[in-house]
Design a binder for this molecule. Structure first.
Ligand code: SF4
Length: 419
């Protein structure tokens, strides 16, 4: 009997790690898309005027228009010199819930000011939940000290996991706050494949699937590290897959689930072929503008690695460097394996050093945060705001062309201006 050959560990590319000044939104930003996804949830930002300003101007949300946007803050003057912060928080929450009896789930969202950090929001959430039994009160941190902007979604969804009923669902769980239109498309695709699906979160913060031993889930976003861990702690199993960006990415993502659920290979191909072909045709329209163009990702949304893979393998772009705030290698193994060999990858940020490398490389396109885009444009570089990638539906076959368009548009504008 011969000894079994050792299983080769996947070879991961070399990763540069940088620490220094960061230029990234904080986790509060996630409220902008999460409150749309869960209209029965209310996000009470326990923060300062700076937090209000972020949500109001940078993210374009009218936080004082509560009935429409379901967001509120505790202002600085409430916090300054307060003898009993818990009592003040109770007072604000009581006033809010009396005025808004339709709220079923209340998220207390922590932020940076030292007064807020002193508050134990999880204890406050438990206390408030006990006195207001018709409302589920949860907490998470959106603080810029602890989170970058997509980590806000991760923290929020991880806070929801304990509320899911214990017990295994035989359905596939699709995890991540997707726009409704994308959710509908994925539901249709899996229905045709013969796989029943549930979404986490659903269209209501109270509509949660059961989770337990045997639950299998697919991530739709690479930044849901804590959420995945919380689901795994309940016994759920993550189906390892590339992320559903582009024709090939979405095919690989759906295929991983199809294999896990025993879908016949021929049936899979028959179902997926028309979607995949349509997506490839949509990408073809952008190929000429994008192929051979160099792209530099500064760290921002945590979508950098899958998007670099999409642009390189499906559209022939050349990633000069891919920087990401955090590199969850476990979740990104499939993506990293598909990146062109030798693509430089950086985890973390030292903004000055990274900007020096951007200036030296002078890429055709730099994907970065809002704060860096204007200075780089002033230096004659073409930029793409990373935040748009989070606010725009980009997942799945039907969005492949729109996703390519997001990168083609600034290059088209640059070419027009040159002329
Ligand atoms: S949470 Fe912190 S980083 Fe975010 S807006 Fe408030 S003060 Fe600024």
């Amino acid at each position: 009997m011969t000894a079994a050959a050792p299983i080769a560990a996947p070879t991961l590319p070399e990763v540069r790690r940088e620490r220094g000044q960061r230029e990234v939104f904080c986790g509060l930003t996630g409220i902008v898309w999460l409150h749309r996804k869960m209209p029965d949830a209310f996000f009470l930002v326990v923060g300062s005027r700076t937090c209000a300003h972020l949500l109001q101007s940078a993210a374009g949300v009218m936080i004082f228009a509560e009935p429409r946007f379901a967001t509120a803050i505790i202002e600085e003057r409430d916090l300054a010199g307060m003898a009993d912060l818990d009592a003040e928080l109770d007072r604000v929450v009581t006033r809010l819930l009396d005025r808004r009896p339709e709220i079923r789930t209340l998220f207390l969202v922590g932020s940076c000011p030292s007064e807020v950090i002193k508050l134990d929001l999880s204890r406050a959430a438990r206390r408030l939940g006990e006195t207001r039994r018709q409302v589920r009160v949860l907490s998470y941190s959106g603080s810029g000290i602890e989170t970058t902007f997509t980590e806000g979604e991760d923290a929020c969804l991880a806070a929801l996991v304990p509320l899911a009923r214990q017990g295994a669902t035989t359905d596939l769980l699709i995890v991540g706050a997707l726009p409704d239109i994308v959710e509908d498309q994925f539901a249709r695709l899996f229905r045709e494949l013969g796989v029943a699906v549930r979404f986490f979160p659903g269209r209501s913060a109270t509509d949660l699937p059961s989770v337990g031993q045997g639950t299998r889930f697919l991530l739709t976003q690479p930044f849901l590290n804590d959420t995945a861990r919380a689901l795994e702690a309940r016994g759920a199993h993550r189906i390892a897959a590339a992320f559903p960006f582009g024709a090939e990415g979405t095919t690989a993502w759906a295929h991983a689930a199809a294999v896990a659920f025993g879908v016949d290979e021929m049936h899979f191909r028959q179902v997926v072929a028309p979607y995949r072909e349509r997506a490839k045709r949509a990408l073809e329209r952008h190929r000429e503008r994008l192929t051979g163009k160099t792209i530099f990702f500064l760290p921002d949304s945590q979508l950098e690695v899958p998007l670099a893979r999409f642009l390189a393998t499906e559209l022939g772009m050349v990633p000069v460097e891919v920087c990401t705030p955090y590199l969850h290698t476990r979740h990104l193994a499939e993506e990293l394996a598909l990146l062109p060999a030798g693509t430089p990858i950086t985890e973390g940020q030292h903004v000055d050093d990274q900007l020096d490398r951007v200036r030296a490389a002078r890429p055709d396109l730099t994907v970065c945060g809002l704060g860096l885009a204007n200075p780089l444009e002033a230096e004659g570089l073409t930029t793409k705001w990373a935040i748009e990638l989070v606010f725009t539906p980009i997942h799945g076959f039907d969005q492949a062309g729109d996703l390519a368009e997001l990168f083609a548009r600034p290059l088209r504008r640059r070419d027009v201006l040159k002329v």
